[in-house]
Write a protein that binds this ligand. Structure first.
Ligand SMILES: *Cc1c(COP(=O)(O)O)cnc(C)c1O
Length: 471
C-alpha cells in the first residue's frame, strides 16, 4: 500500500512501479542516526543515482519512471532513518521490479485450480514460448508465400477445429461473455432469447448473464421454474419472434433435489437455433469431470453454436470460443461487432500452442495423483520442520473453480502452517496465495507445479520467524 501511494505521487502516469523488490519499508535493522540533518545531506541525488552504472542498465530495461520511483522510495527510507545514506543505491536496486508491468507472478496454493483473481489458467511452457515469439511482427494476417492478406489467426482456428470435429467452423473473441454478446447481437437483436429460469446465471463479481444479454437489444423470454424446465416449456413460447434458444451451463452452482432440465438434443428439433454456453471450455468429455458439458458432444446433439471460455478447463489464454454451424459462425465472424471483440496475436499464439502442445498446467493439476501430492507435502513438511517451523502435511480437498465443475472436489494434500503465515506469504518476495481453514494457513499443492516446490519451501522459510521477509 505504502509503495502504491508513493508510486502514484511520483508518477501520475502510473508507469513507475518500484514495489516488487524483496526489501520492504521495515526491512533491515533501524540504524541509529547521530545527526539526522547530516545523514539527509549525505543521501545521493536522483540524477547521480540514475547515472550510476549499477542502476543505468535498469533504465534501459524498465524505463526511467520505474527506476526513478525505486530511487525515490530508497531515498525516502534514508530520510526516515530506516537505512543509512550509503545504502540508498543498493536499496533502490533491491526495489526494482522484475518487469515493467505491475503484475506479479504468484504461486497458486489456494487449492482452486482456476482462480479468477489469479488470472485463471496458467499458460503451458509451449504457450508462453509462442507468446514470446509472437510479440514482434508476425504473419498473423499475411500469407508469406503469396504476400497477400490472409485470414487472421487461421492456424489457431484450424487447431481449434481439429480438436472439435463436430464444429463446421470456429471463431475466437475476447472472452466467454463476448462470445455470448456476439451471438445475441447477431442472432437475436430485437428478438427473443428463450432461456430457462434455472439457468439465469451470475458469473461473478456482480456480472449477470441476463443483464449482459439484454444490452444487445435482445429480449429474454424466461421459461420453466428455478428447479424444473422441460422441453415443452421451451416449445410453448417459440415463434416468429424467437432469435434462439439458449442453454447456459450452471457452471458455478448446483441445484439438487426435485429438478429437471431439457437436454440439448430435446431442443434441437424445434426449428430454431440452439446456442449452448458451456462455460468451462472442455472440447471433449473429460473422464475426471463426467458432469461437465463439452463442445463436441453438444454439437453432436444438434446445437447450432457452442460458446466457451479459453482460460478455464481448456487451460489457455483469456478468450471466448465460438464453435458450430459453418454459415452461422462465418456470419458471426463478419458481424461489425466482431471487430470490437477480436483477439490479438498474443492470444491467438497462446491458444494455438495450448491446443497443439503438451498437456496444460490445468490438465496436469486436474489429473495429479493424490498419492504423489501427499508425498510432496510430506517431503516439504519434513524439510521445513527440520528448520524448526510449525508445519505439517495434511490431506486437503481442491476444487476446479473459475466456473467449472461445481460441487466437484479433488483429493489433494497441503502444508498446514500457523494462520499469520497467510499474509506474510502473500506479501513475500515470491508471493504465495494459500487459504485459511480453521485458523491454519493451508498451502494446497494441487495447483502448484512440482518444479515449484523448492520455491514454495523458500517462500515459507522467508515468511517464517527466522526469515527476513517476516511480516
Ligand atoms: C465463465 C462463464 C462465462 C463467462 O466467461 P468469461 O470468459 O469469464 O467472459 C459465461 N458463461 C458461463 C456458463 C461461464 O461459466
Amino acid at each position: 500500500m505504502e509503495q502504491r501511494t508513493a508510486r502514484a505521487a511520483d508518477q501520475p502516469s502510473g508507469a513507475a512501479r518500484p514495489g516488487c523488490g524483496p526489501a520492504r519499508p521495515h526491512d533491515g535493522p533501524a540504524v541509529p542516526v547521530p545527526d539526522a540533518a547530516d545523514a539527509r545531506r549525505a543521501i545521493p541525488r536522483t540524477d547521480h543515482l540514475l547515472r550510476d552504472p549499477r542502476l543505468s542498465p535498469a533504465v534501459d530495461r524498465l524505463g526511467v519512471g520505474v527506476v526513478k520511483a525505486a530511487v525515490r522510495e530508497a531515498q525516502q527510507r534514508a530520510r526516515d532513518g530506516g537505512i543509512p545514506p550509503e545504502q540508498v543505491l543498493q536499496t533502490a536496486l533491491a526495489l526494482l521490479p522484475g518487469t515493467a508491468s505491475g503484475l506479479r507472478p504468484v504461486l497458486n496454493a489456494t487449492g482452486v485450480l482456476l482462480h479468477t483473481n489469479l488470472g485463471r489458467a496458467p499458460l503451458s511452457a509451449a504457450a508462453r514460448q509462442a507468446v514470446q515469439e509472437a510479440a514482434g511482427p508476425t504473419d498473423v494476417e499475411l500469407d508469406l508465400a503469396t504476400g497477400v492478406r490472409a485470414r487472421r489467426g487461421r492456424s489457431a482456428l484450424a487447431a481449434l477445429r481439429d480438436r472439435v470435429p463436430a464444429a463446421g467452423a470456429a471463431h475466437v473473441v475476447n472472452n466467454g461473455a463476448a462470445a455470448l454478446v456476439l451471438a445475441a447481437t447477431a442472432l437475436a437483436a430485437g428478438k427473443e432469447i428463450v432461456v430457462s429460469r434455472g439457468e439465469m446465471v451470475e458469473i461473478g463479481d456482480g456480472f449477470r448473464l441476463p443483464d449482459l444479454l439484454v444490452t444487445t437489444g435482445a429480449r429474454l423470454r424466461e421459461v420453466g421454474t428455478t428447479n424444473r424446465t422441460t422441453a415443452a416449456d421451451y416449445a410453448a413460447v417459440l415463434g416468429p419472434d424467437t432469435g434462439f434458444v439458449l442453454k447456459v451451463h450452471p457452471s458455478n452452482f448446483r441445484i439438487t433435489g426435485f429438478t429437471c432440465s431439457a437436454e440439448t438434443a430435446e431442443l434441437t428439433g424445434l426449428g430454431v437455433p440452439v446456442v449452448v454456453d458451456i462455460g468451462s471450455g472442455l472440447l471433449a468429455p473429460h473422464p475426471a469431470l463426467p458432469e461437465e458439458p463439452d463442445a463436441d458432444t453438444q454439437l453432436r446433439a444438434g446445437a447450432a453454436l457452442v460458446t466457451a471460455s479459453g482460460d478455464k478447463l481448456l487451460g489457455g489464454p483469456q478468450c471466448g470460443l465460438l464453435l458450430g454451424d459453418q454459415d452461422l459462425v462465418r456470419a458471426l465472424a463478419r458481424h461489425p461487432l466482431a471487430r470490437a471483440l477480436r483477439v490479438d496475436k498474443l492470444t491467438l499464439a497462446a491458444l494455438e500452442a495450448t491446443l497443439t502442445g503438451p498437456p496444460t498446467p490445468t490438465a496436469l493439476a486436474l489429473t495429479a495423483d493424490p498419492v504423489r501430492l501427499r508425498a510432496r507435502a510430506g517431503q516439504l513438511a519434513e524439510t521445513l520442520a527440520a528448520d524448526g517451523l510449525d508445519v505439517r502435511a495434511v490431506d486437503s480437498r481442491a476444487t476446479v473453480g473459475g466456473g467449472g465443475a461445481p460441487g466437484v472436489t479433488l483429493p489433494s494434500a497441503a502444508l498446514s502452517l500457523p494462520g499469520p503465515y497467510a499474509a506474510a506469504l502473500r506479501t513475500g518476495r515470491v508471493p504465495v496465495v494459500g487459504r485459511l481453514e480453521a485458523g491454519r494457513c493451508l498451502l494446497d499443492l494441487r495447483a502448484v507445479p512440482e518444479r515449484d516446490d523448492a520455491r514454495l519451501a523458500e517462500a515459507v522459510r522467508e515468511a517464517g520467524p527466522a526469515g527476513k521477509g517476516r511480516a
